[in-house]
Design a protein around this ligand. Structure first.
Ligand SMILES: Cc1cc2nc3c(=O)[nH]c(=O)nc-3n(C[C@H](O)[C@H](O)[C@H](O)COP(=O)(O)OP(=O)(O)OC[C@H]3O[C@@H](n4cnc5c(N)ncnc54)[C@H](O)[C@@H]3O)c2cc1C
Length: 332
């Protein structure tokens, strides 16, 4: 039995943890978030019309790999995942719509973080604990937490966090892995979160925009399975727009994205239904442009490894596979 620390309890960290725990290892996960989600988070906002629900990171996921399909089927049976039989369209520049891809897509239930929550069940996850450094030596690694506390010793450490955050933790103990992460570039994404006291006049639940100057995707919460509450919408801005407006205030961005949402709905802003929620969330490291080109990295001498979507592709399924394959490698 090996004592593992996993930094990051997003999908990739949890996938790795499951393999290790199933093989009898002792695993402690640390995550700076207050609860499960990572980039599959769900924000809930109380309003006079009930709680509005926003999947402000990933909107949906595919299941193409048979191993991931097996997990999705298990989580569907537990009610943590559902098929999203959405009315989805591709919106052209002139506002015309055409069918978007027709492969099955899935969401966590009752919010996107349902998948991560389901996977975290039964694991030893320390939420709300940000790791600020990894110190010590192979076989006896110590984690320094932001609070000043130290955790360990751990025989092995896995880092399952976005690429841009790897260097701060592994730059000294595992420079080659930090270097691999430093070569990867992620793009930002501003997400607008809006809820109204009535539905907008949109004929689709999910739209991907071609050549729109601001918007990449809009999705309607109530079109997703298992969602209740007021009519809520998530507007994801394009990465180039998000880059140009990266340091704008959330308030400025929310105002701008609300205007664009009204335009898409064919209404002047003043004619929108009463606005119950008007927020913006900045994902500074939303998706990698090009992955590192390998499923995971593990240095058996150092007993340090990395996994996450940045190693292959910016997709839910890729994040899970990266963690799963690293766990399988460590237990082979
Ligand atoms: C706006 C947006 C839209 C997206 N849309 C889609 C989509 O439609 N379909 C799709 O398949 N994918 C989509 N994705 C990508 C998908 O969300 C990611 O690929 C996947 O969630 C990545 O999982 P991960 O475990 O690699 O990383 P994360 O989910 O980022 O998990 C990393 C975890 O590490 C924690 N952490 C970071 N640093 C520390 C630290 N120092 N100490 C402790 N904890 C730490 C974080 O809190 C986080 O929980 C989208 C992502 C974004 C942001």
């Amino acid at each position: 039995m090996t004592r593992f620390a996993i930094i990051g309890a997003g999908l990739s960290g949890l996938a790795c943890a499951h393999e290790l725990v199933n093989a009898g290892h002792q695993v402690t996960l640390f995550d700076k978030g207050r609860g499960p989600g990572g980039r599959m988070s769900t924000r809930r906002v109380a309003t006079p019309a009930g709680e509005a629900c926003f999947d402000h990171g990933a909107q949906f996921f595919t299941a193409r790999d048979p191993r991931f399909q097996t997990l999705v089927a298990e989580l569907m049976a537990k009610g943590a995942v559902a098929l999203w039989d959405s009315s989805r369209v591709r919106r052209g520049k002139d506002g015309t719509t055409s069918p978007l891809f027709d492969e099955p897509i899935y969401v966590g239930t009752p919010g996107m973080n349902g998948l991560v929550r389901g996977l975290a069940e039964g694991l030893n996850v320390r939420w709300g604990q940000r790791v600020s450094s990894v110190e010590g030596r192979p076989g006896a690694w110590m984690l320094a937490l932001e609070t000043g506390a130290a955790e360990g010793p751990f025989e092995a450490v896995i880092c399952a966090i976005p690429a841009e955050q790897v260097d701060a933790l592994l730059g000294t103990p595992a420079p080659a892995q930090a270097q691999a992460a430093n070569k990867v570039r992620s793009v930002p994404c501003w997400a607008g979160l809006f809820a109204f006291d009535a539905r907008l006049p949109l004929t689709w639940g999910l739209a991907r925009f071609d050549d729109h100057p601001v918007i990449d995707v809009i999705s309607a919460t109530l079109d997703k399975p298992g969602r209740t509450g007021p009519a809520a919408y998530v507007v994801h801005a394009r990465s180039d727009w998000s880059t140009r407006h990266l340091e704008d205030s959330a308030d400025e961005v929310a105002t701008h994205l609300l205007g664009v949402l009204a335009e898409v709905a064919g209404l002047p802003v003043e004619a929108l239904p009463a606005t119950l929620v008007r927020q913006a969330h900045r994902w500074r490291y939303s998706r990698v442009e090009t992955g590192a080109g390998q499923d995971f990295i593990y240095d058996a001498g150092l007993r340090i490894g990395v996994c996450g979507d940045w190693l292959t592709a910016p997709r839910v399924e890729s994040a899970w596979l990266s963690g799963h394959l690293l766990g399988a490698h460590l237990t082979a």
